[in-house]
Design a binder for this molecule. Structure first.
Ligand SMILES: [Fe+2]
Ligand SMILES: [Fe+2]
Length: 512
């Protein structure tokens, strides 16, 4: 079997879960969904591999259209249904992975026509698109097209051709990256070859292929988009469920939401390749066990909820840094070891202030809120600077490094200027870690933004893998200042916090 598929009645595969997410994202109503699912059920029963291939092509097609500024619905529908005609073909031929001969090809060839007649007058537009999905390759078929039943104008006909071309490309990409057989004489495709092969066989759309690679819709990692073997617990992400989750999320007030997201972000910070640190599979250092991350997250989350309450009551960032000190103290409660979450506390602090001051309903977006941190840091007072210094000293004492890293007193007017002066000093000393730490506040989180970009662009379905991609993007910093694992992991926590706070709905950015 080319695809390993384990299905039970109470489970949906990851690809199916993505299908439901796309239905909901594109606002596709129940009657349409039901109709498409009925067709898909036929192909699922006849040949599961073709069924999953169809889901992937539909989902991929919709994101291709999105990134090419086209309506995603036609490509989604036509992608899901493009091989429906294969339901009328002997499944033994469909399942062949070896010895695929000319006779088999002749049997398979009519499938676009079969599909067209199955769907015509029901999903007419999709029928027209899928009819053409094999007309762009080196051996195009069907040669002759049946007369269309609807009187389409010139413009619509052009659009049908355009969508069909993209559908053929999505189909080709999926076959290339997931099919393990010799049907096309293409075995053992290695990462790095995918783009070249795609362009070789699809020269007429080379520009589009390159754009889709640039945007991360196509990747060089075979089958990276869809994990085929993993099964999610049953969760039907339809409108009703989505609304239940949304209103549950809205029942939390600002400080509860902040506390929750801080706790989650800090608890999920450890990542698999951080040298010497905890991975999700093993505890390497006692001070960095998973227990440490989880308890630290819960502890500091509470301090942040106090901060949010304070700001909402007093409507100013003045004196808010007393809670930064409190967070540091709280972080240590009932926890052994030297882990104190200082980085996470410091980096998240301006963000949580900006949210509480300017965006209590989370209506803005991540970049907007990051931009605001500059203003809120300038709204602080010398007393806040004093609290920040106290906090840093306490942190160093709690992790027994107060003699190694003395904290300098600075008489500056606000916290922004404090970080500005620190940055200048660290630059003079050429201290990479110090520069990177302080420039987050002065230059509006440049390194966090780079990791965030990678996280959001990643097509990895596995949350932990998306985290690794973000981590690598942070570490591979263009101006050759290698960011250490500790600092990079702190940025991961900030990214997770931002993503949890600003993802559009509670069913997005799912931890799995
Ligand atoms: Fe096909
Ligand atoms: Fe196909």
């Amino acid at each position: 079997m080319p695809y390993a598929i384990k299905e039970t009645r109470t489970a949906v595969s990851k690809t199916e879960s993505l299908l439901y997410q796309t239905f909901s994202r594109l606002n596709i109503g129940m009657p349409e969904q039901t109709s498409i699912l009925l067709y898909l059920d036929i192909i699922k029963r006849r040949d599961p591999a073709t069924y999953f291939h169809s889901l992937r092509v539909g989902i991929l097609g919709s994101s291709m259209a999105n990134h090419l500024s086209l309506n995603p619905k036609p490509l989604f529908y036509a992608g899901l249904l493009h091989d429906i005609g294969k339901a009328l073909i002997d499944p033994h031929i469909l399942r062949k992975t070896k010895g695929f001969n000319k006779k088999d090809f002749e049997e398979i060839k009519p499938h676009p026509l079969y599909g067209y007649f199955m769907l015509r007058d029901i999903h007419d537009f999709s029928a027209e698109i899928l009819l053409r999905h094999h007309r762009f390759g080196h051996h195009p078929y069907p040669k002759k097209l049946p007369k269309s039943s609807a009187p389409y104008g010139k413009k619509t006909k052009k659009l049908i051709e355009k969508y069909a071309r993209l559908l053929a490309l999505a189909d080709f990409y999926d076959a290339l990256t997931t099919r393990k057989n010799d049907k096309f004489g293409k075995q053992h495709i290695r990462p790095g070859e995918i783009k070249n092969i795609l362009i070789f066989y699809n020269r007429d759309v080379q520009g589009i292929i390159e754009e889709l690679f640039r945007k991360g819709i196509f990747t060089e990692i075979p089958s990276s988009v869809f994990a085929k073997k993993e099964i999610l617990p049953y969760l039907s992400l339809n409108e009703e469920i989505k609304n239940i989750l949304l209103s549950a999320e809205h029942s939390l007030n600002l400080s509860e939401r902040i506390a929750r997201n801080v706790a989650l972000a800090a608890a999920l910070e450890p990542i698999p390749d951080k040298p010497g640190a905890t991975t999700r599979l093993q505890d390497i250092k006692e001070s960095k066990t998973l227990e440490m991350f989880v308890s630290g997250g819960v502890n500091i989350g509470l301090a942040f909820s106090h901060l949010a309450d304070y700001i909402q009551k007093h409507r100013t960032a003045e004196s808010s840094y007393q809670f930064c000190y409190q967070a540091m103290a709280l972080s240590k409660i009932r926890r052994a070891g030297g882990k104190i979450n200082q980085g996470i506390i410091e980096f998240l602090f301006p963000i949580a202030i900006a949210q509480s001051m300017h965006d209590p309903d989370s209506r803005k977006n991540i970049l907007w809120i990051l931009e605001k941190t500059k203003d809120v840091l300038k709204d602080t007072t010398p007393a806040d600077v004093a609290w920040l210094i106290k906090m840093k000293r306490l942190g160093n004492r709690l992790s027994a490094v107060e003699h190694k890293y003395p904290v300098k007193v600075r008489n500056t007017s606000n916290v922004f200027n404090y970080y500005y002066q620190e940055l200048r000093d660290e630059e003079k000393k050429r201290n990479t870690a110090g520069i990177i730490h302080n420039r987050q506040f002065v230059l509006v989180y440049p390194d966090v933004k780079r990791g965030l970009d990678a996280f959001l662009k990643s097509k990895e379905p596995k949350f932990a893998k998306r985290v690794i991609e973000a981590y690598e993007a942070i570490r591979n910093n263009p101006n050759n200042m290698r960011i250490g694992p500790g600092l990079a992991s702190d940025f991961i926590a900030i990214i997770l916090y931002l993503v949890f706070s600003y993802s559009a709905s509670p069913i997005e950015e799912i931890i799995n």
